[in-house]
Design a protein around this ligand. Structure first.
Ligand code: C2O
Length: 469
């Protein structure tokens, strides 16, 4: 059994920002020209020293790194990204959290084979938000994300930039994952195992249990659970065991109207939360990010309670970057009377995972629902037979979490404060979400973001017909 002897010994890697290649121009109307940013990304194999005492790990990633380069996009500045597949297997790239036209959404069957490329068009028309991109190939999404095919896609807008939130070196992406390594340094993954891959090694930005030197000042952290199957219940702790309070400022679909103070964050796969943590009062101390959640009834590995450590220095180079009490001023529109629908996430015959008894291979029935474009619908998501945790992701839309019954029995304040595109449906729970099915018509996936469940068919489709008057 492995010995873990290097907690908080290696620095947190910071992910580079992707630079654009050139501009392409498109004529939109007579006498009108719009400028579109153009990027090229190459998917390829690489090796990286991950596990300190083992040989380097063979991986596959965007631009040959993991996490892939971070896109930083400006609102209302469209982009085209050419994803060139020089990797070993098919890919389908999904930007998770952006409303894309269906042909550019990276659905599971839209494969780009090795040696091919595909140009994706991204409108970047939504408000500032922390979104991410990952491979979405049918039956192998979990494996591909695990080899390294995931990264951040940050959308920013002028309203957000005016807030004076911590920026530059004080704005930090933290993608948390959990993996298993063989003694030759390679990653272990069994695609036939259908309940999940929990991982004994916790990684942040692909480094096991790293540390980060921070100044005694506020930082903005963009958390993403990029694990295949592991959920986290995160707290920040002093060496004396005191839990820090921090401000949660946003979630999957952008900033809240006001910050929500918390001491913990529950983070299931695909979810994002943005925190501002103020280290000002913790000069020359360690603040450790710990995970309080195990893996249900299964026996957990010994060190999965540890995540990473912030080592706070004695002085700050200045600058405040605190948190304003008003972050956004978006009125809550009371949604009109809506259609109510029910979806049960359960285990079907042969161990596959299904939604309302339908799985991805059931091509005849897998378009499970047809919301009219522009209408609100309330969906009851139920965790049914077979248990397990199902982070439910609906493509295309932002939704609000209305209620949770069974299991934890409540919606956390930071879950209801903003709009989301993934909601954690834990064992025994039933969660109600409301969304407006817009702006595009087309066929979009909705699925469980436990990527092992997704690859074992817990994916169906919604068809948004163009019926808007
Ligand atoms: Cu994060 Cu359908 O994906």
């Amino acid at each position: 059994s492995p010995e873990y002897k290097w907690f908080y010994e290696y620095p947190l890697p910071r992910t580079p920002v992707k630079s654009k290649k050139q501009y392409v121009y498109r004529i939109v109307g007579v006498g009108y020209m719009s400028q579109i940013d153009y990027y090229e990304v190459e998917i390829k194999s690489f090796t990286q020293q991950i596990y300190p005492d083992l040989p380097a790990t063979p991986m596959v990633g965007f631009d040959g790194m993991s996490p892939g380069p971070t896109f930083v996009m400006q609102q209302n500045r469209e982009a085209v990204v050419r994803f060139i597949n020089n990797g070993p297997s098919n890919i389908s790239v999904h930007v998770h959290g952006q409303y894309n036209r269906a042909p550019f959404d990276g659905w599971a069957g839209d494969m780009t084979s090795p040696g091919q490329y595909k140009d994706y068009y991204y409108p970047n028309a939504q408000n500032a938000r922390t979104i991410w991109y990952h491979d979405h190939t049918e039956f192998t999404t979990g494996e591909h994300a695990y080899w390294g095919e995931e990264g951040y896609y940050i959308l920013t807008d002028p309203e957000e930039q005016a807030l004076g939130l911590p920026s530059g070196p004080y704005d930090v992406t933290l993608v948390i994952a959990a993996k298993v390594y063989n003694s030759d340094g390679s990653l272990q993954y069994d695609n036939n195992h259908e309940s999940g891959l929990w991982g004994d090694v916790i990684l942040v930005n692909e480094q096991p249990w790293p540390y980060m030197n921070v100044e005694p000042r506020p930082y903005r952290f963009r958390l993403l659970n990029g694990a295949v199957s592991r959920t986290f219940d995160l707290t920040l702790n002093t060496d004396a065991g005191e839990m820090l309070h921090f401000d949660v400022i946003g979630s999957d679909c952008g900033l809240f109207n006001s910050p929500v103070n918390s001491t913990f964050i529950a983070l299931s796969m695909g979810e994002r939360y943005e925190l501002v943590v103020d280290f000002s009062n913790f000069q020359n101390q360690n603040i450790t990010l710990l995970n309080g959640r195990g893996v249900g009834d299964n026996v957990d590995y010994p060190a999965t309670n540890k995540v990473m450590r912030f080592v706070v220095g004695g002085s700050s180079s200045g600058g405040s970057g605190g948190v304003p009490q008003t972050l956004r001023n978006h009125e809550e529109v009371a949604p009109p009377a809506s259609n109510a629908k029910d979806f049960t996430f359960g285990r079907g015959r042969g161990g596959v995972w299904e939604i309302n008894g339908v799985g991805f291979r059931d091509v005849e029935n897998r378009i499970l629902t047809k919301p009219e474009r522009g209408t609100y619908e309330t969906w009851q998501l139920r965790n049914g037979a077979g248990g397990g945790t199902h982070p439910v992701h609906i493509h295309l839309v932002d939704f609000k979490v209305l209620s949770r019954t069974g299991g934890r029995n409540e919606v956390a304040d930071y879950e209801s404060a903003g709009w989301k595109d993934v909601v954690w449906l834990a064992a025994g729970e039933s969660v109600q979400v409301i969304a407006r099915y817009a702006p595009w018509d087309g066929i979009y996936m909705f699925h469980c973001h436990n990527l092992v469940h997704e690859d074992h068919e817990q994916v169906v489709f919604l068809l948004v017909p163009n019926l808007e008057k």
